[in-house]
Design a protein around this ligand. Structure first.
Ligand SMILES: Nc1nc2c(c(=O)[nH]1)N[C@H]1C(S)=C(S)[C@@H](COP(=O)(O)OP(=O)(O)OC[C@H]3O[C@@H](n4cnc5c(=O)[nH]c(N)nc54)[C@H](O)[C@@H]3O)O[C@H]1N2
Ligand SMILES: Nc1nc2c(c(=O)[nH]1)N[C@H]1C(S)=C(S)[C@@H](COP(=O)(O)OP(=O)(O)OC[C@H]3O[C@@H](n4cnc5c(=O)[nH]c(N)nc54)[C@H](O)[C@@H]3O)O[C@H]1N2
Ligand SMILES: [Mo]
Length: 766
């Protein structure tokens, strides 16, 4: 926590001068290298680099400055001149570093040397790469001889398509499908929901649809902080007269108003564009009810005067419409109002906007995916869109906003724990081995197996697994019981401070850095949220000559751990990434046709999207209406008025577990992250004053104590019965088993919690 705390209403728009100030502040604090000052101009450009922050689409004709406040922050913090050197590590024990918060770990700067953890001195010590690979190889070999399923190969969604392809092959040659990635905590609900509904795991919207859409229904995604470049599309759409209808428990500024920091006239005049025409503060987990309410209203209007539904589309392209209609008609308005936290007239008003709009898009993020019924919620959104043929219509479609800059791409090239998603026969043919066919571990399953002692080795390709997963307390205790932990990373984070018996921290090049290999400078590729692949050219001098590229590290581990296989040319691949792309093309000939040439396409090389063409690769051959299992997506908070639904939030000053600072500008919270946002009525009812110290205690049937203390209560515009606090601090509160049905995404957007004022003892677990 910082000394200076300030909580006040933020009256400005998203973007604007605040964004420029924040940019300069971060340039100073990150001590960005002067030699890299032109980096922002190369961001998200053809022949430039793909931003390391979010996965939003990169236009074919970019703005002169195609970056946003938070993309710039990510760039600065990657090009920082701060360094976590071996001298730094010799001065600090792991025990000491565990008492630092995430921000202070982040600002130690870029890792410079490969490190081995020395338990005797409780410190990391430098090691040379060959020794590291050789010991990791021996350890992996030993575990493999016992049972290869005891190793987990985690990936955070940043590594390139090239690295990811090699990494999945490493896991499969090793002998398992234990390839969980950050998607398992993120859009896996999408990857499970959409194939059943429309036959493809990704969205149908492309960037040019924004120019043709008549209405955007926007659920649970915060573009102002998490995908700010999208505000340009929203701004342009809104100015054209497109209706933007938002459902979000919080009034997120980027969805209300925007001033484009790259428009001199807007900046000088302070002109703001209204983004949302209607803003509905739905209850956490209340979206299914809100969507069903809108559908109910549409059916009522259809019965009254007709002309609402697209009957031709429904009969030709869909399955299950009648059952869905009956389901909707059976629901009472009273129940829908209670579950959504919205009035009937609000749902009718939103339905009227939908009905009058020709092409409609549904956009969503973590507010839908991270719930017990995340999968069902997304399928209900698809149902809503299908009613008027809004899938496969120009300007219409479904648009999941992915998180990490290549998380979607990692799945495309085989990072998947589900073998059915991977062309295993093709891998067998290309590399002459028998790939494992058993399901691998998801993130939640991997956590469970680590807690049970069933995992002996963990390889992390980026990310901050221990900090991002639920049930942080027991996970941190169980972690050191593993035999081998290896983390490939750019920066120090909390996961690196809990170590297996044999532990390595291997520093890699970031995407912005020049990647010189035997055949010259290398280029990598990533896939954006709209299924377009882009080349990304790193050009800055690496922060240390000790860094290796991610493909080189994966190859180093593979060669040391696996028996020689002449069909897998690890060294040739590292020398020339074009050959990895050839291998990707050989594995997925349809998707990656002519990859090495087409990756330079301005705006990206498009992945074929069947549903966009109204070809439904589902079991029925149609788009399927799926019936919701319930109207609330949340875990039941019972009838106890003291139990609230906790939404775990990202601030405007973080990238996931990377905390850049303590300024959540749009929410007016500065100098601290230790806050609990509460509704005024709940505060009165629970007798909690604004500014009071409170603790949170998870309400869960297993009676395991999970608490977080030292939060400051802040009165906030949030629906009654809901409260908000920051991720990852809150992850101690999330039970591992409270995850989405089917997709196993932790239910981070409605954790049932009890708010306890300081001074009152926390309820003992029975
Ligand atoms: N700067 C920055 N950019 C990022 C990230 C970052 O941390 N920082 N993270 C990246 C990653 S990995 C991801 S996945 C994305 C995350 O981006 P988002 O999907 O925007 O994720 P969150 O900020 O967690 O929450 C999204 C919104 O959901 C709302 N919400 C919560 N519960 C509900 C609900 O029940 N219903 C509805 N309708 N809304 C709800 C919250 O109020 C919040 O506005 O951003 C990516 N981009
Ligand atoms: N309560 C709660 N929990 C959540 C969420 C939530 O909303 N609420 N969101 C979930 C979501 S959507 C996600 S995606 C996960 C995120 O989980 P992760 O992806 O595991 O976490 P990050 O914080 O993105 O990882 C940051 C670390 O990645 C490393 N890194 C950065 N760049 C590179 C690189 O180029 N190469 C390599 N090798 N390493 C790099 C750095 O060391 C940095 O410290 O968290 C999930 N957890
Ligand atoms: Mo994510």
């Amino acid at each position: 926590m910082q000394a200076h705390q300030r909580i006040r209403y933020y009256s400005g728009p998203a973007g604007g001068w605040g964004s420029v100030k924040s940019l300069f502040r971060n340039a100073l604090r990150s001590r960005v290298r002067l030699a890299t000052a032109d980096a922002l101009l190369r961001q998200n450009k053809p022949k430039g680099f793909a931003c390391v922050s979010c996965a939003w689409a990169k236009p074919a004709e970019p703005h002169p400055a195609e970056f946003c406040e938070n993309g710039a922050k990510a760039t600065f913090w990657e090009l920082t001149s701060r360094r976590a050197t071996p001298e730094f590590f010799s001065g600090h024990t792991a025990a000491e570093l565990r008492s630092w918060d995430d921000h202070h770990l982040e600002i130690t700067g870029r890792l410079t040397h490969p490190l081995r953890f020395d338990h005797a001195s409780d410190r990391y010590v430098p090691v040379d790469w060959d020794a590291a690979f050789s010991e990791i190889g021996e350890e992996l070999g030993r575990i493999r001889a016992e049972d290869p399923k005891q190793v987990v190969f985690y990936a955070s969604g940043r590594a390139s398509l090239e690295t990811s392809y090699m990494y999945q092959l490493l896991a499969r040659l090793y002998g398992n499908n234990n390839l969980p990635d950050s998607s398992n905590m993120c859009h896996e609900s999408t990857s499970v929901a959409l194939p059943e509904s429309i036959g493809q795991p990704v969205g149908t919207v492309r960037l040019d649809d924004f120019e043709r859409t008549d209405a955007i229904f926007f659920f649970g995604q915060n573009p102002g902080s998490n995908s700010p470049r999208m505000l340009h599309q929203l701004q342009e759409a809104s100015r054209r007269g497109c209706s933007i209808v938002t459902f979000n428990p919080l009034k997120e500024r980027g969805l209300e108003r925007f001033t484009n920091p790259q428009s001199p006239s807007e900046m000088l005049t302070g002109a703001e564009t209204r983004i949302s025409e209607r803003y509905y503060q739905v209850k956490a987990g209340g979206d299914i009810a809100a969507m069903i309410g809108m559908c109910k209203s549409l059916f009522e209007r259809e019965a009254a005067s007709g002309g609402i539904l697209d009957h031709a589309f429904l009969s030709q392209h869909t399955q299950g419409f009648d059952a869905f209609r009956s389901f909707v008609e059976e629901q009472s308005w009273a129940v829908l109002e209670k579950e959504a936290g919205l009035s009937r007239s609000e749902m009718e008003e939103a339905a009227a906007i939908y009905a009058r709009s020709n092409a409609v898009m549904g956009i969503y993020g973590m507010g839908l995916t991270q719930h017990k019924l995340g999968v069902t919620t997304i399928q209900t959104l698809v149902n809503f869109l299908l009613l008027r043929g809004n899938i496969g219509k120009p300007g219409g479609g479904i648009c999941p906003v992915r998180g990490h800059s290549n998380v979607q791409g990692q799945r495309t090239v085989g990072i998947a724990e589900k073998p059915s998603l991977v062309p295993l026969d093709k891998l067998a043919e290309l590399y002459g081995f028998d790939p494992p066919r058993e399901e691998g571990l998801t993130t939640v399953d991997a956590c469970r197996a680590i807690l049970n002692g069933d995992v002996r080795g963990f390889i992390g390709l980026g990310g901050n697994f221990l900090r991002a997963v639920p049930e942080t307390g027991p996970m941190e205790e169980a972690w050191p019981r593993m035999r081998l932990t290896v983390q490939v990373a750019t920066k120090l984070n909390r996961s690196h401070l809990f170590n297996g018996e044999v532990a390595y921290l291997l520093p890699c090049l970031g995407r912005l850095e020049r990647d010189e290999q035997a055949n010259g400078p290398q280029v990598v590729t990533v896939e954006d949220s709209t299924s377009c692949f882009h080349a990304s050219v790193g050009r800055y001098r690496p922060v240390s000559d000790q860094l290796r590229s991610e493909p080189a590290i994966v190859a180093g581990i593979a060669k040391a751990a696996l028996p020689e296989n002449p069909k897998v040319p690890w060294e040739e691949w590292v020398a020339d990434y074009g050959k990895i792309r050839d291998a990707i093309e050989a594995t997925y000939p349809k998707v990656f046709k002519d990859f090495n040439r087409r990756m330079w396409t301005p705006g990206g090389m498009e992945k074929p999207l069947a549903a966009r063409e109204r070809k439904w690769e589902t079991e029925t051959g149609k788009a399927n209406f799926k019936l919701p299992q319930a109207l609330s997506a949340s875990f039941d908070t019972g009838n106890d008025p003291h139990v609230l639904r906790l939404i775990t939030l990202r601030s405007n000053d973080q990238f996931n577990t990377t905390i850049y600072g303590y300024r959540d500008r749009f929410r007016g919270i500065e100098g601290t992250r230790d806050v609990l946002l509460l509704n005024r009525q709940d505060m009165a009812r629970l007798k909690i004053e604004d500014g009071a110290q409170v603790s949170l205690q998870t309400e869960a049937s297993d009676n395991v104590p999970r608490t977080l203390s030292g939060l400051r209560a802040v009165e906030y515009d949030i629906p009654p019965g809901c409260c908000g606090a920051y991720y990852p601090e809150c992850n101690v509160l999330i039970p591992l088993w409270q995850h989405a049905e089917k997709s196993k995404v932790p239910a981070a957007k409605s954790v049932p919690v009890r708010v306890v004022p300081a001074g009152i003892g926390l309820q003992a677990a029975e």
